[in-house]
Design a binder for this molecule. Sequence first.
Ligand SMILES: Nc1nc2c(c(=O)[nH]1)N[C@@H](CN(C=O)c1ccc(C(=O)N[C@@H](CCC(=O)O)C(=O)O)cc1)CN2
Length: 286
Amino acid sequence: MTAEIIDGKALSFELKEKMKQEVADLKTVGIHPQLTVVLVGDHPASRSYVNGKKKACDETGIGSRIIELPKTVSESELLAHIHTLNNDPQVHGILVQLPLPDHISEQMVIETISPEKDVDGFHPVSIGRMMTGMDTFLSCTPYGIITMLRSKNIPIEGKHAVVIGRSNIVGKPVAQLLINEDATVTTCHSKTKHLHQYTQTADILVVAVGKAHAIDASYIKEGATVIDVGINRLEDGSLTGDVDFQSVKEKAAYLTPVPRGVGPMTITMLLKNTIKAAKGLENREG
Ligand SMILES: Nc1nc2c(c(=O)[nH]1)N[C@@H](CN(C=O)c1ccc(C(=O)N[C@@H](CCC(=O)O)C(=O)O)cc1)CN2
């Protein structure tokens, strides 16, 4: 079997075309969606992701602004910026690019963003709403993964989904979203013993281990759907995933590549959340 590749870049393009029209329609009724991204420090990867977010906003007509703060900024100064953005009615979505320097509590920052503007879906209110199946902002990477599965009509209900990784940003929320879609979900992590035993029974395998090529064909059930969330920079500067693409593609039915897989979808779902935030705020004011 050779896997069908789920092209996140192409799907993102399609979704952005639809959003372009949605944004244009919103503007005709006086709603101008606006995202503000806060970048602390000058980590090259973070800067490149933030630039990617701005470019995607430009492509769809969403207004965007980047607030750049030095890596020495104090936590209280950063929180003061967030309070200002929370109170600015022209700002619909607020995102603080992670990771943050060690002297700043990421949790404190996340909890300071108003849940109504939490387009990253990281606030405990957003997480709680997601866990109880309520309408909310879904974390962008997990939301992108579910959207990729839906785009290929890959059945989720009643299937065994295995998630490798338990981070707050990817592993835990994607496991919950799969439960919400009626999958039977197993979460594995660095302390899991006999990992093969779990992965070999997975109809859907989500890999977020943070180690290049950690998962090869021996972990895969024939015909499985494999979602690679890894972003690993190799010494030659190229980018690769957590999945050994060449071997797994001969065994899986569907496979996401790196690059052009989950990464672009993360940014695209952020745009969706920003539009949702803009509509939500206007609805409340009306
Ligand atoms: N506040 C947040 N911080 C971080 C998030 C997040 O969702 N919110 N996620 C990651 C980084 N990230 C978005 O911020 C992100 C990572 C990767 C990509 C992407 O499109 N990757 C491309 C390759 C890009 C390259 O060449 O480097 C791909 O996979 O094709 C987009 C966004 C951590 N921080």
